[in-house]
Design a protein around this ligand. Structure first.
Ligand code: GLN
Length: 499
């Protein structure tokens, strides 16, 4: 393969090219650094460091020469800027943390580095991961590589745009209410949010701790499986980390199902379609792409079954009470004393807190802190927070019942394709409503995936969402892998990728 095409290779393909000696990590890293520079107008990167990246690439090449490479050794990646890193600034997309340096690496960052992945830098995101369009970043918007006038989705917008534009084969993201799945869908890449507790939250700047979960974003299910195997696993430094043995998601992804044949790899797989995921308000282009993808699942041997998640609509008020409540508590640590920004002038301690927080936080973050503080306050706790917690349990119970009738649940990721930059004006509720299909799995703590499934209005990508039972990432990845063996949506590239 010619040097000029290395950015076309995904994680697994790069690993194979390295193993065959066709490319070195240093060569590929240099090639990608030049592309990142050329595509700076996308706004995907917040920090990069060519020297650090090349040093890691040289180390990876040496490790491979010594014969102890993993499938990720030498593969360039970058991290959503919500993970703290020792070698790069960590901002969470906020002025509050502008210039902040962490004394340690997040567990996910450390594990990927230990596997030999080469970090190229940090990726733009919505401030403290609050948003659905990456328009809430204090450091500028990210543009969708398929159409620079549209949003890439959020909050992991930089990760999705960088992978879609072929600046990187893969990136990390985090998903609290959809922030891996929705930008993956908007940018035509593959992303998986594993079961809550699968990836350590240690060193992930907290938004809503009972919902936050890390995951990979890449071109294919196979590439996601390779990353997830390295990122996941028990971590004693996160008290909600699941105590399970390490998993080889790549092997799980490839393991044939009982009764499967080469032409019907999904024989016997029951795919549940919640009727609430196909409401009249679903955009016709999204509905058509999702239906066509489901027909492909049937051809691959799966059976479609009708199921119901009756509280789907309630996920929106429930999430927008619980997430801000937790955020208001988590963000109280940004007080001008312990981290990042401090107001330059103030009268006394209270005034310093007030000015620091007024200057440091953006409008959406302030809105959530106010909502969260309100729903947790003495007079309103029972009416809002407690009620939301009860409904959260009922939403999880609805899924439990569904999984008695099916093995995976499928539907759209979002009600529309990526919208134009600025389209939502000053109305945050518009964006909240667009989270309707991703919030239920988040509230239940279930794994969810976005798989490129077709194209809609304006040639924009449409993602298919797959939701699995607890710790059934293997089933999700297997289904997505079979779909990707039979289709090429995940291989289509925006024009941005060829320049
Ligand atoms: N769009 C949702 C929000 O704004 C989800 C964000 C996320 O998953 N981090 O809260």
């Amino acid at each position: 393969m010619s040097v000029a095409a290395w950015h076309r290779l995904g994680v697994a393909d790069l690993g194979r090219a390295f193993a065959r000696g066709e490319a070195s990590s240093v060569d590929v890293t240099q090639h990608l650094l030049a592309r990142i520079e050329r595509h700076a107008a996308l706004g995907a990167f917040l920090a990069r460091d060519a020297e650090l990246a090349l040093a890691a690439a040289r180390e990876a090449d040496a490790r491979r020469a010594r014969g102890d490479a993993t499938p990720l050794t030498g593969v360039p990646i970058a991290h959503k800027d919500i993970f703290v890193t020792r070698d790069w600034p960590s901002t969470a997309g906020s002025k509050m943390l502008d210039g902040y340096r962490s004394p340690f690496d997040a567990t996910v960052v450390a594990r990927l580095a230990a596997a030999g992945a080469v970090t190229l830098g940090k990726l733009n995101c919505d401030e403290f991961a609050m948003g659905s369009a990456n328009e809430n970043s204090a450091f500028g918007v990210v543009r969708n590589p398929w159409d620079a006038a549209r949003v890439p989705g959020g909050s992991s917008g930089g990760s999705a745009a960088a992978v879609a534009a072929r600046l990187l084969p893969a990136a990390t993201g985090t998903d609290t209410g959809g922030s891996i799945r929705q930008p993956a869908s908007f940018c035509g890449v593959t992303g998986i949010k594993p079961t809550y507790g699968t990836c350590s939250r240690y060193g992930m700047i907290a938004f809503a701790s009972s919902l936050d979960q890390a995951g990979p974003m890449a071109r294919s299910a196979e590439d996601c499986a390779l990353l997830l195997s390295a990122m996941s696993g028990f971590d004693e430094r996160d008290s909600t980390s699941a105590q399970r043995p390490p998993q080889d998601f790549h092997a799980l992804m490839r393991a044939p199902r009982d009764g499967a044949t080469p032409s019907r790899p999904l024989a016997g797989l029951r795919v549940g379609l919640p009727r609430e995921f196909f409401p009249p308000g679903l955009a016709a282009d999204v509905a058509a792409a999702v239906r066509a993808a489901l027909a492909e699942f049937e051809r691959l041997g799966a059976t479609l079954v009708d199921v119901s998640l009756p509280r789907t609509e309630l996920s929106i008020p429930v999430y927008y009470i619980i997430a801000p409540a937790e955020a208001s508590s988590n963000l109280s640590r940004f007080d001008g004393v312990r981290y990042g920004h401090r107001a330059a002038a103030y009268d006394d301690l209270l005034d310093m807190y007030k000015r620091t927080r007024a200057e440091g936080f953006g409008a959406e973050v302030k809105r959530r802190i106010m909502i969260g503080t309100y729903v947790l306050s003495h007079g309103y706790y029972d009416a809002y927070y407690l009620q939301a917690q009860k409904l959260r349990r009922m939403i999880a119970d609805d899924f439990r019942q569904c999984f008695e009738q099916c093995d995976v649940i499928a539907g759209p990721v979002a009600p529309t394709v990526a919208w134009p930059l600025g389209a939502q004006g000053d109305d945050p509720v518009k964006a909240y409503l667009a989270d309707i299909f991703t919030l239920p799995a988040s509230l239940a703590g279930l794994p969810g995936m976005s798989v490129p499934a077709g194209f809609g209005e304006g040639g924009m990508p449409v993602g298919l969402q797959l939701i699995g039972n607890y710790f059934a990432e293997g089933t999700l990845l297997h289904a997505a892998y079979a779909f990707q063996q039979a289709t090429d949506f995940h291989l289509r590239e925006p024009r941005e990728a060829s320049s």
